[in-house]
Design a protein around this ligand. Structure first.
Ligand code: AMP
Length: 210
């Protein structure tokens, strides 16, 4: 099965994607991760993407759609895939429907007032784990693998403000897009622990697979 994970920055898409990948074997494809790897590698795509990412804006559609299309056409997705951070506007959603079949859109809903603190307090590990600074008790390494934690460059208040605005104006309308196609399931991502949110998501996926 193929899933789109929808949700504002800080809603927990990456955390849930990791748990879904472990349990269901779906391949996790995160456009933000692909862009960051390109920036790190100094590729032409990375150079182009950096200015947009730093400004909290979307990287141009042609570049992003081509990247995802290539990945899906050339990748081996046994059990299926899960898109995290794509599509992010109506154009991308329409393009995606031309080159892939989407079965389900899981929308992780979190109150906007929680997001700024969640993102600005976020500390990441290259293994994919993420933490909130308030729970680290001063630790600077990952509890899962021991590698040093870091803060994403775009997890600063100014860029986060722009990312949230971009989400509201361009990405949130995708809820209606998938709802109109009978594919949207909205899950509360704001009141439970990641494990509790995952239990709800699991039940949604299990119901679909039956
Ligand atoms: P994320 O890791 O999903 O929060 O993405 C980080 C940044 O990468 C976003 O703020 C955008 O600048 C860029 N980005 C990620 N996915 C897309 C996309 N589907 N379309 C355009 N830009 C994207």
């Amino acid at each position: 099965m193929n899933i789109v994970l929808l949700g504002a920055p800080g809603a927990g898409k990456g955390t849930q994607a990791k748990l879904i990948e472990e349990k269901y074997g779906l391949t996790h494809i995160a456009t933000g991760d692909i862009f960051r790897a390109n920036i790190k590698g100094g590729t032409p795509i990375g150079k182009l993407a950096k200015s947009y990412i730093d400004a909290g804006k979307l990287v141009p559609d042609e570049v992003t759609c081509e990247l995802v299309k290539d990945r899906l056409v050339n990748g081996e997705e046994g059990a299926g895939f899960m898109l995290d951070g794509f599509p992010r506007n109506l154009y991308q959603a329409e393009e995606l429907d031309k080159f892939a079949r989407i079965d389900l859109c899981i929308n992780i809903d979190v109150d906007k007032s929680l997001l700024m603190d969640r993102i600005c307090g976020r500390r990441m590990c290259s293994c994919g784990a993420s933490y909130h600074v308030s729970t680290l008790n001063g630790a600077t390494t990952c509890a899962k693998c021991g590698k040093p934690l870091f803060q994403r460059e775009d997890d600063n208040p100014q860029t986060v403000g722009a990312r949230l605005d971009t989400y509201a104006s361009q990405t949130a309308p995708l809820e209606d897009y998938y709802k109109a196609r009978g594919k949207l399931v909205t899950v509360d991502g704001g009141s439970g622990t990641p494990e509790e949110v995952f239990a709800v998501i699991s039940s949604v996926i299990d119901k679909y697979l039956k």
